[in-house]
Write a protein of this length. Structure first.
Length: 236
């Protein structure tokens, strides 16, 4: 069996699409990958099914590992081509990447995305175009896939090419209520102000600026009372 067919068919690699053979053998598409992949030439021979090298089991295992890494890096380039986008679009339409766990997104299909284009830094995440947020895959098999095998630009390029697939913006949001009444906006504003105040205090302290301690309401009340007593005229 060809390596890439075996790779695609392996459990946990469902996010990957099949890379056209003519794309794999075009050296222009592999520019710069020699420095990224150990045993590069042997790995490429294995991926393109022309591997003919007699080696021990440990070396063979290392070459196969490099071949999987090479396929992943080429995959990130391939899925932003016209053919690659079309293949990933079919998987997206079938919800092969899962659906958004956010209730108000109503099971909108997801797309794989890398948080960085650099390999071995971040695992793949799933992007929802409706709420424009990212989520971790449910399966532990998918959660270990390198995000660089999809890249940080893929979902956005897909929607640039197929803008008709973009969902309506302004996602529906949950509105907090008590017994049917909306929560008072002033309370939410006060909580936000308190959080911002604490954030600013931490920034000042990190910068070495002395920040006075906040006084409690009781202390402020006692100071106001003492000031009022001091302002009262003394009896003659």
């Amino acid at each position: 069996m060809q390596f890439w067919k075996q790779f695609i068919g392996t459990r946990g690699n469902e996010y990957f699409c099949e890379i056209d053979e003519d794309y794999l053998v075009d050296r222009f598409n592999l520019t710069g990958l020699q420095q990224e992949v150990q045993y590069y030439q042997y790995a490429l021979d294995l991926v393109t099914d022309i591997f003919d090298f007699d080696c021990d089991d440990d070396t063979r295992e290392q070459i196969e590992k490099s071949a999987r890494h090479l396929y992943g890096l080429v995959h990130a380039r391939y899925i932003i081509t016209t053919r690659g986008l079309a293949k990933m679009l079919e998987k997206y339409k079938k919800s092969d990447f899962g659906r958004c766990p956010r209730v108000l997104c109503r099971s909108h299909p997801l797309l794989p995305i890398g948080l960085t284009d650099l390999p071995a830094l971040k695992a793949v995440k799933l992007f929802c175009a409706k709420c424009e947020d990212v989520y971790s895959p449910k399966s532990s098999r998918h959660a270990t896939i390198d995000g660089a095998y999809f890249g940080a630009s893929f979902p956005h390029i897909l929607f640039q090419v197929y803008p008709q697939l973009l969902p309506d913006k302004g996602p529906e949001r949950h509105i907090p209520r008590c017994f049917g009444f909306k929560m008072h906006a002033t309370a939410a504003l006060a909580r936000w102000q308190d959080a911002e105040r604490e954030t600013q205090k931490r920034r000042l302290m990190d910068a070495g600026v002395e920040v006075p301690e906040d006084k409690s309401e009781e202390e402020e009340s006692e100071e106001e009372e003492s000031e009022e007593e001091g302002e009262r005229p003394k009896a003659q």
